[in-house]
Ligand binder design. Structure first.
Ligand code: ADP
Length: 218
């Protein structure tokens, strides 16, 4: 059976999720309290309904319990976001992802058992800041408070050397998990993989080690 998704809150974030899920051929139920927003999605989502999701009976009548994954993307109304999540949890929804507005909101969502909490604006802000500060960092993904994965552009200093000669793991404590060259991608590269200037190295490590690598090698 096809996986069924529901997205509650059709703002910029929830709306983009509905579009992307539909583009991938998924079944999506799109829900919002606002009629105009719902109308916008009536031709995009599998079903689009007007509903206040803080009302348990409404969620029951939509059969939300049978959806494998429900995304709560209610923006500023923290109370509605928290109450909706709580009801979904109590109804036994398999997986609940919630967009958090701030740290307080996240704390409450964790307590009531949201499976995944996301901070799209905060995370995107951090990613873009890293890209702006360093011309060699093309993308950045936070893995924990101290660890990240970054895409680094190979510098002239690295040109023609292989991974043994660069010795990135021993010198900087970082791991090169893949190398991208144009359309080719070498995943888990061998030690003798040679690097060309302009290759993209996908590196995992502690933030301070990645910073040292950036300073010395790019
Ligand atoms: P974004 O920051 O992603 O653009 P918005 O705050 O604009 O988010 O969107 C949140 C959406 O959630 C709005 O369309 C709003 O109508 C909807 N919403 C708010 N409260 C409820 C609720 N109780 N039930 C269903 N949808 C709601």
């Amino acid at each position: 059976m096809k996986k069924q998704y529901a997205v509650i809150g059709l703002g910029r974030f929830g709306g983009s999720m509905v579009k992307a899920l539909s583009d991938q051929g998924m079944e999506v139920l799109a829900i919002d309290i606002d009629e105009e927003r719902v109308n916008e999605f009536s031709n995009i989502a599998t079903h689009a309904v007007i509903a206040d999701t803080t009302d348990e009976s409404v969620l029951k009548s939509l059969g939300i319990r049978n959806f494998q994954h429900v995304v709560v993307a209610i923006g500023d109304n923290l109370q509605a976001s928290i109450l909706t999540t709580l009801i979904l949890k109590e109804m036994g929804v398999e997986k609940i992802t919630v967009k958090a507005q701030n740290d307080y909101h996240e704390k409450v969502l964790k307590k009531i058992g949201a499976d995944k909490i996301i901070h799209p604006e905060r995370d995107m802000g951090i990613r873009i800041a890293h890209q702006i500060v360093s011309s060699s960092v093309l993308d950045y993904l936070e893995l924990s408070e101290e660890h990240s994965m970054v895409e680094l552009k190979a510098s002239e200093k690295m040109n023609g050397k292989n991974l043994i000669e660069l010795d990135i793991r021993a010198r900087f404590g970082c791991n090169v998990v893949a190398v991208r060259r144009g359309k080719e991608i070498y995943v888990s590269p061998q030690a003798n993989q040679s690097i060309h200037q302009g290759d993209i190295l996908i590196v995992i490590g502690r933030d301070k080690d990645i910073n040292r690598l950036e300073k010395h090698m790019t």
